[in-house]
Design a protein around this ligand. Sequence first.
Ligand SMILES: NC(=O)c1ccc[n+]([C@@H]2O[C@H](COP(=O)([O-])OP(=O)(O)OC[C@H]3O[C@@H](n4cnc5c(N)ncnc54)[C@H](O)[C@@H]3O)[C@@H](O)[C@H]2O)c1
Length: 449
Amino acid sequence: MRIAMIGAGYVGLVSGACFADFGHDVACVDLDEKKIQMLKAGQVPIYEPGLDQLIADNVEAGRIAFTTDLKPAVAAADVVFIAVGTPSRRGDGHADLSFVYSAARSIAESMDGFTVVVDKSTVPVGTGDEVERIIRETRPDADFTVVSNPEFLREGAAIEDFKRPDRIVIGFEDERAHDVMAEVYRPLYLNQAPILFTQRRTAELIKYAANAFLAMKITFINEVADLSEAVGANVQEVARGIGLDNRIGRKFLNAGPGYGGSCFPKDTLALVKTAQDHNTPIRLIETTVAVNDTRKRAMARKVIAACGGAVRGKTVGVLGLTFKPNTDDMRDSPAISVIQALVDQGARIRAYDPEGMEAARQVLPDDITYATSSYEAAKGADALVIVTEWNAFRALDFDRLGKLMRDRILVDLRNIYRREEIERHGFAYKSVGRPGEDIEVPGPGSIAS
Ligand SMILES: NC(=O)c1ccc[n+]([C@@H]2O[C@H](COP(=O)([O-])OP(=O)(O)OC[C@H]3O[C@@H](n4cnc5c(N)ncnc54)[C@H](O)[C@@H]3O)[C@@H](O)[C@H]2O)c1
């Protein structure tokens, strides 16, 4: 199959490279000249484990190429994927579809022969209809059909997710698209990955419903963490206790500083807006959004409390800036709100992240000191906060850290350490939803009804 991938970002690059690895002939198109120049020079503009090698192998095999010139790539393609961004629209929280619609217009002007246009970007229900209308209006003579094929990969494990997906969802309206999409995903088909063929609108909703459910699950355990702190329970054991029930499942039950990233915040908000527009508000997700928004700054208050109630003039070392490990993506990372709130309260920040520092500089307040290691971030710090659970932070040398710090306080917002382990090194230790450090466990009689 000849594939054109419009948008060479996290999703477009990974999908394009994986399709090429399946044996398809892929052209990755992006408007961003700098990105395409880098790719042509053998560099990968994002950090995603294994992606550089996968791209290099497929460039060498002549199966993937990069270009800013959409026209020939689309004209030659049997299948054109739209993998452009769909950020929140400023002001109202609806998904901003301007990149999708603009790509649709360019595709319409360039397509040649029967073409399957596949929307891989996350888009509200009905966007496929609108893309179809735009193409038809631009090119009334075009022979095409529009498919919805939402992407479920996770940054940091994107290649593995793409090649071994839990499921592939394909929403189509024209029987010809069924056969083309089956061919595109044939290697996964042979691996028995479940493929769900459904209607286009249903496929579009599946993506939002999936992300909203996961965001709700995280938010649920975060609220249970707060309750655990108040009543003297251990949220990790509560999570295990409920997660062993197959109907609940163990994943996505790690309490922490709130969800962030390039998907959950904008997708939950877009679903809320779509549901309100259709007069069927999804209150569970409205609440999820609100709870998560307040949680991030609440985590800063936890740090302030750990520092004795004030951070003015104090130095806080922050370990981990990206919204999760194994990515350089800073979009809506909880670290942004936590750091901003600490800066607002007069703290000086020394921050370190294994891959996200360059992206962090674009979004964090100016007067932050960027360190080159965890230990440098700890130098002269009054407290150290783990915001993102990179592997590099899982086996820190606390004796060494303690000697570098002014005061030995560790706030572990990802619960990656055990209290005894840290206290042994003379640190005060605060975590999320685990008792003992900052609460007095009330007797059963003292709980107000
Ligand atoms: N990042 C994820 O983990 C993830 C996972 C699943 C789904 N998604 C969805 O996939 C979509 C893309 O997300 P992303 O993270 O890859 O975004 P991204 O911002 O990393 O990449 C989008 C790319 O599209 C390019 N672009 C925009 N308009 C273009 C046009 N008209 N022609 C050519 N290129 C154009 C931009 O320059 C950019 O490089 C979004 O809808 C997102 O919600 C993302």
